[in-house]
Design a protein around this ligand. Structure first.
Ligand code: HEC
Ligand code: HEC
Length: 258
């Protein structure tokens, strides 16, 4: 009688399986609370609109009028477009104390959520002007953006983006603007900056030049491989997926019958 073969130890793949399940759980479970979340969201939206109305009446109406039609202290906001309101609020240029106060970048007094709600509220007076541009950093071409920047922007903001003195108004450095603010500025043309409509800069060129402005803003990224500042969540996810892939490969390799 042949000696019975010693039973093979369970393949390492089986041992690793529970680990994979545990690792994958947060991803799969992410959808469970979606319903409750969106309910809470629409409640928050209504609240945001109330807050936006109160803020507008308290902080803006004295100059821009209760219906946005303008007064002798400030221009009409009817038809300015979402990009304009977003630019002025997100960069803290509005509100000002006096009609002829200096309009410069400052810490915005409002949360990003309230800015968003105010943008919608002002748009309710009547749309028309440029909307918030859509950006897709992963499709942007830095080289092309650099060419647009040197041709259209460097004369005022300097090649390195540090800004410079103009005849009537100083061109600010581009470093402090977020991509969304830069994109809004380009379409809006605030102050003495010209507005670049779609005839002057296509959406693609705008996307490229905004990426280039981002690049000028973060010299520490030069030579590195920034994940386009997508934030820790995405960057973590990328690392996590790569790690999971390696784990699966390892499991397959260990579990291979010899
Ligand atoms: C003390 C008066 C005053 C207050 C308060 C004020 N603004 Fe203004 N606002 C102005 C003036 C004056 C301008 C024109 C600035 C310029 O371009 O020289 C302006 C410009 C703007 C523009 C650009 C309009 C355009 O034609 O593109 C927006 C948008 C705006 N304000 C929004 C707001 C909002 C929203 C608030 C409240 C949070 C606010 N402002 C508070 C006086 C005021
Ligand atoms: C004629 C000069 C001029 C040109 C050309 C010009 N800008 Fe500007 N830019 C300005 C001025 C002036 C401001 C400040 C406007 C204000 O008061 O809000 C500004 C504001 C900005 C801001 C906002 C900075 C901040 O602090 O929030 C950005 C970003 C910007 N410009 C990028 C660009 C880009 C990109 C181009 C080329 C596509 C460009 N600009 C072309 C003069 C110019």
């Amino acid at each position: 009688m042949p000696p019975s073969r010693p039973s093979r130890p369970p393949p390492a793949a089986l041992l690793l399986a529970p680990i994979l399940v545990v690792l994958a759980t947060p991803l799969l479970g992410g959808h469970r609370s979606a319903g409750a979340q969106s309910e809470a969201q629409s409640g928050a939206e209504a609240e945001g609109q109330d807050e936006a109305e109160q803020t507008y009446l308290a902080d803006c109406a004295s100059c821009h009028g209760a219906e946005g039609g303008g007064t002798n202290r400030g221009p009409t906001l009817v038809g300015v477009g979402k990009a304009s309101t977003y630019y002025y609020l997100s960069t803290g240029r509005m509100p000002i104390d006096e009609p002829n106060a200096d309009i410069k970048r400052a810490d915005p007094p409002y949360s990003p959520e309230l800015v968003e709600a105010l943008v919608d509220y002002v748009d309710g007076f009547g749309g028309g002007g440029p909307d918030l541009p859509h950006l897709s950093p992963e499709e942007a071409g830095l080289g092309k953006g650099g060419r647009v920047y040197r041709a259209q922007c460097a004369s005022c903001h300097t090649t390195a983006g540090g800004g410079g003195a103009l005849l009537r108004q100083e061109a600010p450095p581009v470093y402090h603007a977020t991509p969304a603010e830069a994109a809004a500025a380009i379409r809006v043309g605030p102050g003495t900056m010209p507005a670049f409509g779609e005839a002057a800069l296509t959406d693609e060129e705008l996307n490229d030049v905004v990426a280039y402005v981002e690049y000028l803003s973060s010299p520490q990224d030069r030579g590195g491989q920034p994940l386009w500042h997508l934030g820790p969540l995405i960057e973590g996810l990328v690392g996590w997926v790569v790690g999971l892939g390696l784990l699966v490969l390892l499991a397959l390799w260990i579990g291979k019958p010899t």
